[in-house]
Ligand binder design. Structure first.
Ligand SMILES: [Mg+2]
Length: 253
């Protein structure tokens, strides 16, 4: 009987932002491609023949909220700040991970202060808008990776601060050890009541392994790191947002 079978194989796509929907570097948005993602989401709602796309990102909440509005996802929550926040675009509800205590937030403040004093004079800046993590940037990525990264990791260990220090393409992320895109997704998925079999994911770095592990179908744009491509069921021949559009086209029921 028509209407008794699901029209689509997956209900939701968990999509990283940097290196997927937008360039991690300082490049303008690919509005042509992003408009196609928005159209995909419009049809997902209207026809139910394709999965809705939401975002799962290390970016602060305001950036993730903007991306949700841009791609027309006002129905499903998104993961921001590497799991510290789950944000609901439709209802404007912000949920900080309840496992983040005032003591954890104090440690974030201490790390931020130390990094500002230690590396601020050398031109290292901190990404504004983060509330439960610290993200460091320097225009000389080799300096950031070669000198700042090991110093930050060693200091966190020496101070017994509860941070996981990792590099993206251009940033150092210091996230609370018990919080990740994975824990953020677990919170999102628990609320959405969606099993793994109904989920697809898109990512470009090993930070997105958390996405790959929670979905039945994982895909990468062509620019993705080799270490995460190993986990992909499909690798698009196209980069970034164009790659996302190509990946989504294959998920239409
Ligand atoms: Mg990325």
């Amino acid at each position: 009987m028509p209407g008794t079978l699901p029209l689509r194989q997956y209900d939701l796509v968990l999509c990283d932002i940097d290196g997927c929907l937008v360039s991690e570097g300082q490049e303008a948005f690919d509005l042509r491609a992003l408009a196609l993602v928005r159209e995909h989401n419009r049809l997902a709602v209207e026809r139910g023949d394709r999965p809705l796309v939401t975002v799962c990102s290390g970016r602060p909440q305001p950036f993730a909220e903007s991306m949700c509005r841009l791609i027309g996802n006002m129905l499903m929550p998104c993961v921001c700040e590497n799991g510290a926040w789950v944000y609901h675009p439709g209802t404007n509800v912000y949920e900080l991970d309840p496992a983040i205590s005032p003591a954890h937030l104090e440690a974030v403040g201490e790390l931020s202060r130390w990094a500002r004093l230690q590396f601020g004079p050398h031109g290292v800046t901190q990404q504004p808008g983060k509330t439960a993590s610290v993200t460091l940037f320097h225009r000389d990525t080799a300096y950031l990776r070669g000198e700042v990264f090991p110093a930050v990791a060693a200091h966190c260990e020496a101070m017994r601060w509860p941070f996981r220090v990792s590099m993206t393409w251009l940033y150092i992320n210091c996230d609370l050890t018990h919080v990740s895109k994975g824990t953020g997704l677990d919170r999102l998925l628990k609320g959405a009541n969606l099993p793994k079999s109904r989920l697809a994911g898109i990512g470009d770095t090993t930070g997105d392994l958390c996405i790959a592990q929670r979905v039945a179908h994982f895909a990468c744009p062509s620019n993705a790191a080799a270490a995460i491509k190993e986990h992909a069921h499909y690798i698009s021949p196209k980069p970034e947002a164009e790659g996302v559009v190509d990946i989504l086209a294959r998920l239409v029921g």
